[in-house]
Design a protein around this ligand. Sequence first.
Ligand code: ZN
Ligand code: ZN
Length: 350
Amino acid sequence: MDLIDLHSHSTASDGTDAPAGIVEKAAALGLRAVSVTDHDTVSGVEEALAAGERLGVEVIPGIEVSSDYRENNVHILGYFIDVRAEALRPVLDWVKTEREERNRKIVAMFAADGFDMSLEELQREYPDSVLGRPHMAEHLMRKGYTQSVKEGFDKYLGEGKPYYLPKRRISIAKAVEVILAAGGVPVLAHPMQYKYPRDEVTEMIEYTMSLGIRALECYYSEHSPEEQEWLLARAERYGLGVSGGSDYHGTRKTHIALGTGMGSLAVPYGVLENLKTRRGWPPPGLVFFIFALAPPWGKQKKHLPSGGRWRAKRDGRGNKETAFKGRFALFHCAARWEVRLLATRRPLPG
Ligand SMILES: [Zn+2]
Ligand SMILES: [Zn+2]
């Protein structure tokens, strides 16, 4: 069976392999397709695409956007995005400025307390990386302040610890909107990783669907087989697509391997084929065609067309009711469905 991995991080964010290195690894493993989905950046995508061309591995342009949902950091994956899309710029620039500002403040807090740490040194240590707390934790370990990266987080950098600063994030609505605007397919990443009870996961799925996500990441390294089954059933019930990947981070998450995750991950190529059908739909031409045949507007409360014309009748109380009759019923339903889908592309607040 042809296998794929649609979730990995390169040195462009917090992974340890270069984008091309991930594609090389995918080729060596015999994966048919791979996506480099760095956090809030697409700067590794072009290198990955070039490597894919060279090595005969299908590379899907991707991103993983951090967003705010009920004060939680919820991740939205975006596939097939146009990395040069104008719509991406302001959002990614904002995230970048926020991150730099936060790094600067955290490093200043460490320096003020006498730790041997500076932004210049971190930039020298990680020249091609988007700096963040993992790099600071590694730096603390190298300088002998801690024994492990985990200790760095537990003692200093983790949420609620003395050197933690809260992160401002874009809203989940904005994250979905920007991926759609860049021509991508938005996918709810690892839905079980937010530690919500099942009914709240369902709520989150329904809410993100209303924003325009088109698939759930059902196959994931840290999902149990039971969780995977549950999610696949949700996807089927809601007519959503399915996605899957390891969340490979190189040596920064040694327990996760590309392709196989924690050993049992296997994402079939069919997953990608299905995702492709969810790209950039609906085409505007089709919308026009359907509207021309069966306009979904009208004066009545229940405006249903009959053979392209409106047919009203009066009920006993004198209210206007429309009778639904005619061969364009199907077109009409399709048109209304498309309107709902198009509505998800409207700019959303936040
Ligand atoms: Zn994630
Ligand atoms: Zn990830």
